[in-house]
Ligand binder design. Sequence first.
Ligand code: BTN
Length: 245
Amino acid sequence: MNDLDDKRLSQALPGWVPEVRFLPETDSTNRRAMAWANQGAAAGSMVVADFQTAGRGRLDRTWTAPAGSSLLFSVVLRPGTAPEGWPLISLAAGVALCECLAGLGLEPGLKWPNDVLLGGRKVAGILAEAAEGVVILGIGLNVGRVEFPEEIAATATSLENFSGRAFSRLHVLSDLTGRLSGLVETPPAEVPAGYRGWSRTLGREVRVDLGSGFIEDRAVDIDPFGGLVLAGGRVVRAGDVVQVR
Ligand code: BTN
């Protein structure tokens, strides 16, 4: 069902979103939002799509979702803070997603850095891309999706798949966007404290794929810039965590 259009979205979204563009089909909302930002889009401007032909994921992966099944959107942010702290933006978005899902009666958690989990399976992903004073924050949340390709069938879920209940994408997006105002308002130093409580990675033995190799250790903390601190003292800034125990 397509419950999204320009009019409904602009009525449902909070005041900190000055303009929203709904695209029934596009390549990638992150790409569209970055192009719009380069043309001067104000902070908070949002691109929402029903379907992406070239959705981007973290670590050069793709993000796919059947039309009508998911929330796929990107927000233009113009942080006035130093780039070292920008990874905290996507962590804060993960916290907002968890708060939103908890408000729906679900019990979400976060796998570092910002995979949102329900019952140990990924329900949402976050991709922040930065360029010269602009951060594009992209979120993909599986809402009504019931079928997944074989490669992710054992590790992915959706709100409906997990709970057996149907959810309005418009309602979820409206609630989530209200909570994302914290991205602009939360002082970066406060983000790790809010994040720790949702983490399903801290305290676990992890295997981290660094791209250049693997490291195994116990995850013990989030540092002030959003990095994953391992018991041996190493701080991981980018990588894919496979939880061992
Ligand atoms: C991940 O790999 O976990 C991050 C996935 C992020 C996907 C979303 S969908 C909306 C936005 N547009 C994109 O091209 N990617 C993000």
